[in-house]
Design a protein around this ligand. Structure first.
Ligand SMILES: [Zn+2]
Length: 109
């Protein structure tokens, strides 16, 4: 049975890492120190593409879960569903890369 990818799911952080990166909305810091991304603020298209590559995940139910938690577009999945500012999200991903063995939990909204 496929599962909903909730923020408690062990694959949520790896999913978020991909959503932040070049498979997803590509969060970057521009020359003015502002965060930029390529979310179209109108869909969960990058989330959907990434979820479809993950085995054991119920994609439709997960997208509904994201929307029920305020994630109506890809950047809102990070800000509203995960409850992280872009700067925090990047720090979480860096943390995973630098010390993959130490678990880091996401603060719940
Ligand atoms: Zn957005």
């Amino acid at each position: 049975m496929n599962e909903i990818l909730t923020t408690d799911h062990k694959l949520f952080l790896p999913f978020m890492e991909r959503l932040i990166g070049n498979e997803g909305i590509e969060i970057k810091i521009d020359n003015d120190g502002e965060f930029t991304d390529r979310c179209n603020d109108d869909s969960l298209k990058y989330s959907e593409v990434i979820l479809n590559t993950m085995s054991g995940i119920d994609v439709d139910a997960t997208l509904e879960y994201f929307m029920a938690n305020g994630g109506y577009c890809d950047c809102e999945v990070i800000v509203n569903v995960a409850g992280l500012e872009f700067s925090e999200a990047l720090a979480v991903v860096d943390h995973i890369k630098s010390s993959p063995k130490s678990p880091l939990s996401i603060p719940h909204p």
